[in-house]
Design a binder for this molecule. Sequence first.
Ligand code: ADP
Ligand code: MG
Length: 210
Amino acid sequence: MKAFTHLPLSREFQENLKYLHYETMTDIQEMSIPPILQGLDVLAQAKTGSGKTAAFGIGLLHNMDTRRYRVQAVVLCPTRELAEQVTAELRRLARFQHNIKLLKITGGFPMHKQEHSLSHQAHIIVGTPGRVLKLLQRGSLVMDEVKMIVLDEADRMLDMGFIDQIQGIMKFAPAKRQTLCFSATFPDEIQALSQSVMNEPVEVKVETQH
Ligand code: ADP
Ligand code: MG
């Protein structure tokens, strides 16, 4: 059982984790956060409810330069609801970073509203693949300074047929970036996806107990 206090995070970040009652890391957090903080690509698999959002969220927030108003990280989620949940969890984790800007980009909202928000620049975008790609193609979302991309619930995104959109989004991202892939299951398609969009990923898996 590893405590969050072992992680090389700022004092403010540690205090916020304590405030949120995050004391002990879950297995997937213990295995994936250290390589994420080292800047490696990570392919992680663990069942639903195992704390995958904080696993990538902590790495993401640790890396943001909040003085620089450019999009530095993009999290892709399969549905609007999941994008909403991830945004909410990231906001809780980021409570100590008063000037951080998170922006949710999903279908079902008028595009011009999102484009207006984007012109003010966010640090972290959380969105669904279709809408994120559309904004990239229109030139209203720029990923030139993106350091990290997270594929959350990657298995579900593949089930829903988002592979072309994901590949399309990656073409707009700098080649030199950190790519994280989180999934509850590990079908062959995930392996193929990771080979095409990741760079020698560290694989971490938490086997489900039967
Ligand atoms: P997953 O994405 O793996 O399905 P979530 O990231 O949604 O799981 O986390 C499930 C719940 O566990 C959330 O309510 C989250 O706040 C909580 N949680 C995550 N990590 C910890 C932790 N280390 N200690 C306490 N609660 C945690
Ligand atoms: Mg999740």
